[in-house]
Design a binder for this molecule. Structure first.
Ligand code: PLP
Length: 389
């Protein structure tokens, strides 16, 4: 008999990836399913990025890279953070890794341990919770209500002597909510006063439909000293499969994250890093084009969803998800959003992610990283399913 570690026995694998895999399997079997589960842009990686990767292969970028990532890539990330986010980092305060997911893992491992508490607002992407648990620390889930915009007072109520870090993600997966600058300033003051570390996941920063993304580390030098700013290339440049993410923060923490990854994966692929370097010179109009397309889809979905009287939602300010309240559809035939989503998939042939996957039952997440045609087809099927059930 194989005895797995207790730590691993308690680990829950990613429910969003599992659901997405199920939908993809059905499609492969020839079933006509509309997949609105996707957590990735449905666009191809821009050609100039692919060209840079091909050149990297020809130019023999085939050797191990520095553990924290190529120096020129880290320098370019430092430049990006200065120009776009107004935060001044030295390249030695930056680490490149296998997607922002790995960077998050490294950050939690570097900072947290048994006895610590990490504040995580919900609804949330489940990875944070599992990664915090893997350190031995306790995730403290802070429930937000619609429109799901984190406020300092939500955090304040849950602070204890054990609070080590606060994690937030703006724009948010799954709600698309963006934390207001004014609120970020209060959160920053609170974190500085109580000496609590901030881990900010900014992977959706470029996919924003109103206002402007603000990085908490840009607010003042004190909060910068206790913040890990995490970002990546997956969402902004349609590069999910290339696996490149980065973290920027105090050198003391970055060095430990680097030591950990040196014993783990080393950095990410050399070719992906060259592609990421090219991505950072992406003309703004390419990004604007993609965001413009998402914006059109967002308008379309919002209009169609508004016609379904049994559900409610807040229009997302960023990212590419609608987080929809389906509580009025539950109770009789379907007890939970999990049941409802599974039956919608099996009978209605539309894939959504149940709110349960984000610690928020009673809701479903619909991705609009899909063509207008697919969104239209999916929404028609959802309406039909609701009417017939
Ligand atoms: N952070 C959030 C909020 C996400 O939704 C995702 C992916 O779905 C990630 C991070 C992971 O991104 P990456 O591909 O950079 O690991």
């Amino acid at each position: 008999m194989i005895n797995l570690s207790r730590r691993i026995k308690e680990l829950k694998s990613s429910p969003t990836l599992a659901f997405d895999a199920k939908v993809k399997r059905m499609k492969k079997e020839g079933i006509d399913v509309v997949n609105l589960t996707a957590g990735e842009p449905d666009f191809s990686t821009p050609d100039f990025i692919k060209t840079a990767a091909k050149a990297a292969i020809d130019d023999n970028f085939s050797y191990y890279t520095p553990v924290s990532g190529y120096e020129d890539l880290r320098a370019a990330i430092a430049q990006k953070l200065l120009l776009e986010n107004n935060i001044k980092y030295d390249p030695t305060e930056i680490i490149v890794g296998v997607g922002s997911k790995q960077i998050l893992y490294l950050a939690f491992q570097a900072l947290c341990e048994k006895g610590d508490e990490v504040i995580i607002p919900i609804p949330t992407w489940s990875t944070y919770i599992e990664q915090v648990k893997l350190t031995g620390a306790k995730p403290v889930l802070v429930k937000l209500n619609s429109p799901f915009k984190l406020k300092a007072q939500d955090i304040q109520k849950h602070l204890t002597a054990k609070t080590k870090a606060i994690l937030f993600n703006s724009p948010s997966n799954p709600t698309g909510a963006v934390i207001d600058k004014k609120e970020l300033m209060v959160i920053a003051d609170l974190a500085v006063k109580k000496n609590i570390f901030i881990i900010t996941d900014e992977v959706y920063e470029k996919i924003i439909f109103q206002g402007k993304h603000v990085s908490i580390a840009s607010l003042n030098s004190k909060i910068k000293e206790q913040t890990m700013t995490i970002n990546g290339f997956s969402k902004a440049y349609a590069m999910t499969g290339w696996r490149v993410g980065y973290g920027a923060g105090p050198k003391k923490v970055i060095d430990v994250m680097s030591a950990l990854t040196s014993q783990m994966t080393s950095s990410t692929s050399s070719i992906s890093q060259r592609a990421a370097l090219a991505a950072l010179s992406c003309p703004k109009k390419e990004i604007d084009k993609m965001v413009g397309e998402f914006k059109k889809r967002r308008e379309f979905v919002a209009e169609e969803l508004a016609k379904i009287v049994q559900i409610s939602f807040t229009k997302p300010e960023g990212a590419f998800y609608f987080f929809i309240n389906i509580k009025k559809l539950l109770g009789r035939k379907y007890k939970t959003s999990d049941d409802w989503t599974i039956t919608l998939l099996e009978k209605g042939k539309v894939g959504l992610i149940p709110g349960d996957a984000f610690c928020y039952p009673g809701y479903v997440r619909m991705s609009f990283a899909a063509s207008i045609n697919n969104l239209k087809k999916g929404l028609e099927r959802i309406k039909k399913f609701i009417n017939e059930n």
